[in-house]
Write a protein that binds this ligand. Structure first.
Ligand code: RFL
Ligand code: PHB
Length: 390
């Protein structure tokens, strides 16, 4: 098989890239090791930055998003039970949209298949090769039979545990890493959200996040140890703890409901530099991870492929490699700012078991400052709704 851009991974990055390339008249094939049903059911992110929503609309994949997405004009920050609002609309005149990542994935797959695009699901033994020549290849097996795709370029959109990044010689890569002493226990429940907008709640018992997927489905997170045993958390305990991590007034309003998904995620920051090796370009979680407190992961993945599609478009239109050569620098500029913001939100909101009394008092002062100073809340709002992608 032959294509212009071979894409490894049908997550938000790989799928969005195939749509962007199609718009530019560039052919692509996606290979994915999971089934379509699996990737469409994988529960992850929930917040779309303002430009991500605009891009979905521009690409003609925003119909369901416009109907079902929940547009939010701000968030609440809780400080030991007291809720304070950060009004994005008033501060930076932008909004965010709550729309589950698996809904984005469903919409992108449907749109790509409707264009006649090729997505090969349930492959095994993926490998990328001949990266330093002009005809790199992707090899894989499907039903035990070997296949090879000859490409001009390969996009490694295969997530943090994929094979593309480890294929690059270790001597070429610089990795920057931070592991946090926090995990998130996340549930989805059949219950009306406690508030119309998200509540990021810092308390002396730890952090909790009250978010949602719709007007009848809540998404709730509790800070726990990163290696916490989920069996220690029967549903009743989760509800009790959620109530303790929000003021009494809000706790009284918190509706419980059937819990239909439950999991623990450890938290880390990670960046690899460079994001290119020969004709292989890494994008999304394959190149970087952020802790979820800033709601940046999926948006960053989509920003990478937007930059990559522009660079590939310039290459095919006028044989210019300047943008491809600048891909790493262009992405990293935005990635490190998202790392900074995610680190800021994470350290400001969680209870750090290693902190001294001094650290904790400084942290409360920071929460108070960020939610009472117009300058500081504008900076938070500007980053939360998404930095520019020009
Ligand atoms: P993905 O989504 O991991 O997709 C990679 C795809 O590659 C496939 N794959 C392979 N395919 C073929 N051959 C191989 N050898 C392969 N190896 C892997 C995988 O099966 C998969 O389908 O990466 P991508 O596209 O870069 O997207 C990144 C986002 O998924 C991620 O950053 C976000 O989910 C992070 N995140 C959030 N991001 C936000 O923007 N807003 C949020 O509110 C938000 N909340 C979250 C989050 C992540 C969380 N968890 C579970 C880590 C909340 C949580 C709890
Ligand atoms: C979510 O809705 O799952 C969500 C929202 C905001 C975050 C992280 C996750 O910061």
């Amino acid at each position: 098989m032959r294509t212009q851009v071979g894409i490894v991974g049908a997550g938000p990055a790989g799928l969005m890239l195939s749509l962007l390339l199609h718009r530019a008249g560039i052919s692509s094939v996606i290979i994915e090791n999971r089934s379509r049903a699996y990737v469409e059911a994988r529960v992850r992110a929930g917040v779309l930055e303002h430009w991500t929503t605009e891009l979905m609309n521009e690409l003609g994949v925003g119909d369901r998003l416009r109907k079902e997405g929940l547009v939010h004009e701000g968030i609440d920050i809780g400080i030991n039970g007291e809720r304070r609002r950060i009004d994005f609309k008033a501060l930076v005149n932008k909004t965010i949209t709550i729309y589950g990542q698996q809904e984005v994935v469903k919409d992108l797959i449907a749109a790509r298949l409707a264009q006649g695009g090729e997505i090969v699901f349930e492959v095994t033994d993926t490998a990328v090769d001949r990266l330093d020549g002009e005809r790199p290849v992707i090899r894989y097996k499907k039903n035990g039979e070997p296949f090879e795709i000859e490409c001009d370029f390969i996009a490694g959109c295969d997530g943090f545990h994929g094979i593309c990044r480890p294929t690059i010689p270790a001597s070429v890569l610089n990795e920057f890493d931070r592991i946090y002493p926090y995990g998130w226990l996340g549930i989805l429940s059949e219950s009306q959200p406690v508030s119309h907008e998200l509540i990021y709640s810092h308390t002396d018992r730890g952090f909790a996040l009250f978010t949602m997927r719709s007007n009848s489905v809540s998404r709730l997170y509790l800070q726990v140890d990163p290696d916490e045993d989920i069996n220690k958390w029967p549903d009743e305990e989760i509800w009790k703890e959620l109530k303790r991590r929000i003021g009494p007034e809000t706790a009284a309003k918190l509706q419980t409901g059937r819990v239909f998904e439950k999991g623990i995620t450890a938290m880390r920051s990670f960046v690899v530099e460079p994001m290119q090796f020969g004709r292989l370009f890494l994008a999304g979680d394959a190149a970087h991870i952020v802790p979820p407190t800033g709601a940046k992961g999926m948006n960053l993945a989509i920003a990478d492929v937007l930059f990559l599609s522009r660079a590939l478009d310039a290459f095919y239109k006028n044989k210019s490699t300047a943008q491809l050569d600048g891909y790493t620098a262009k992405c990293l500029n935005r990635i490190w700012k998202a790392q900074r913001f995610s680190y800021f939100m994470t350290t400001m909101l969680h209870l750090n078991p290693n902190d001294s009394e001094f650290d904790h008092k400084r942290q409360i002062a920071e929460l108070d400052y960020v939610t009472s100073s117009k300058a500081a809340s504008t900076a938070l709002a500007e980053n939360y709704v998404g930095l520019p992608v020009d």
